[in-house]
Design a protein around this ligand. Structure first.
Ligand SMILES: Cc1cc2nc3c(=O)[nH]c(=O)nc-3n(C[C@H](O)[C@H](O)[C@H](O)COP(=O)(O)OP(=O)(O)OC[C@H]3O[C@@H](n4cnc5c(N)ncnc54)[C@H](O)[C@@H]3O)c2cc1C
Length: 366
């Protein structure tokens, strides 16, 4: 596989970098911009370029473009800190989830507004007592005539306070001894009566997190996505989209580029650290290329996420050393350093990623 960009891809890269510089001038620059930013207007600008749903099939209104094109654009946007958070989840996961598992009516109803950059989706997966072990979730949806009645609580739901829809993972049946069965995915409009959203401010003042309560929330039965009670594998497939992308490698690229300018490159230890980080970035990038091109075995996105997010944490450690005492003063950069532990938690922890790699990819004994 030749990883050199061709002339068209180089032109796309320049276009994306130019767009990114203009968007940052207009909307501001954000660290971890795919998660810690929100601008509908910016998403609509992306949509106007065809940069939402770039890789979705044309029959669903997408661009039908190569995953490498999307990687090029995403890398430029996230590195520059463009606020793409309002539509990132929907572009990366919800859209592909809907056109893979949803009904034609659902595709017709929900995909165009995602592609237009007009709506925000949140992912209602984690619960107070159910994170890594997703199959232990207890938020329930019980069928009552033509409706699902939903009760329970989600937590760490990024963007719930800004979202139009929640892609809810819930339990529609409890089968003793078979926790992976009975799980379903349901679309829940966030303005449905009975939903309470309580924002959580994190340690670095990021404000994407929420707790979400569902108290007898009623949605039509037609909001079920895919097969009732068999959504665990659907969710795992979606997590493959979530784990193997370039967003897992370049969240704090701007921090690295910033401290690189300050680093004393005559110091042999600093030089060695830079060399190691450059190797880490190159390896991570190759894994992301292979992942988005579908050249990795099923489940390997877990390995890609592990390598890439642990690299991001090494960047943060390096930045703290280069900044020295300044890293302890409140600033854009020190905030970014303090945020780094989140990289290996969100989307599944590194421990769990290693388990998946061992079990599913390498077939190691449990
Ligand atoms: C920035 C950020 C954004 C997030 N956004 C969302 C969101 O939008 N929607 C959503 O639903 N969730 C979201 N989450 C939640 C995230 O998915 C969970 O935090 C994650 O899955 C881990 O679950 P937990 O926090 O309950 O930790 P736990 O599962 O309780 O894990 C605690 C510790 O035990 C370890 N551990 C657990 N099980 C095993 C095992 N089998 N083997 C070895 N070690 C294990 C873990 O590695 C971890 O160190 C977000 C999290 C972060 C940090």
């Amino acid at each position: 596989m030749d990883f050199t960009l061709d002339a068209e891809q180089l032109a796309l890269k320049s276009e994306a970098e130019e767009f990114a510089a203009a968007a940052v001038a207009k909307y501001g620059r954000f660290n971890d911009s795919w998660l810690c930013s929100f601008s509908r207007e910016c998403s609509q600008d992306l949509a106007a370029r065809g940069w939402i749903g770039m890789v979705w099939p044309k029959e669903f209104g997408g661009g039908g473009r190569s995953p490498v094109d999307r990687l090029i654009v995403s890398e430029a946007l996230i590195t520059a800190g463009v606020p793409i958070g309002a539509t990132w989840f929907a572009d990366r996961q919800m859209g592909p989830g809907l056109f893979t598992f949803g009904t034609p009516e659902q595709c017709e109803r929900y995909l165009p507004e995602i592609l237009a950059g007009d709506v925000t989706w949140c992912i209602g997966m984690s619960e107070p007592n159910s994170g890594s072990d997703l199959a232990s979730l207890s938020t329930s949806a019980v069928r009552d005539g033509d409706e699902w009645v939903i009760n329970g609580q989600k937590i760490w739901t990024s963007f719930a306070h800004e979202s139009d829809y929640c892609y809810l993972i819930c339990r529609t049946e409890s089968i003793p001894g078979k926790p992976h069965l009975g799980i379903s995915e349901i679309i829940v409009p966030m303005d449905t009566p009975g939903i309470e959203v309580r924002p959580i401010r994190d340690m670095v003042d990021a404000r994407h997190f929420n707790e979400v309560w569902f108290d007898n929330v009623r949605v039509p039965v037609g909001n079920l996505v895919g097969v009732e009670g068999k959504a665990f594998s659907q969710t795992m497939k979606q997590l493959e989209h979530e784990r193997g992308g370039i967003d897992r490698l370049v969240s704090n690229r701007a921090l690295y580029l910033h401290v690189l300018e300050l680093a004393d490159t005559s110091d042999p230890i600093v030089r060695q650290e830079i060399a190691e980080l450059e190797i880490g970035f190159t390896v991570g990038r190759l894994l992301v290329y292979r992942s988005v091109l579908g050249q990795t075995p099923a489940g390997f996105a877990a390995g890609t996420k592990c390598v890439c997010t642990e690299y991001e944490q090494r960047v943060a450690d390096f930045a703290a050393r280069i900044l020295g005492p300044e890293a302890m003063l409140h600033s854009d950069w020190s905030t970014e350093i303090a945020y780094a532990p989140a990289y290996t938690i969100m989307g599944g922890t590194s421990d769990v990623m290693r388990n998946i790699l061992g079990d599913r990819v390498l077939g190691l004994p449990r």
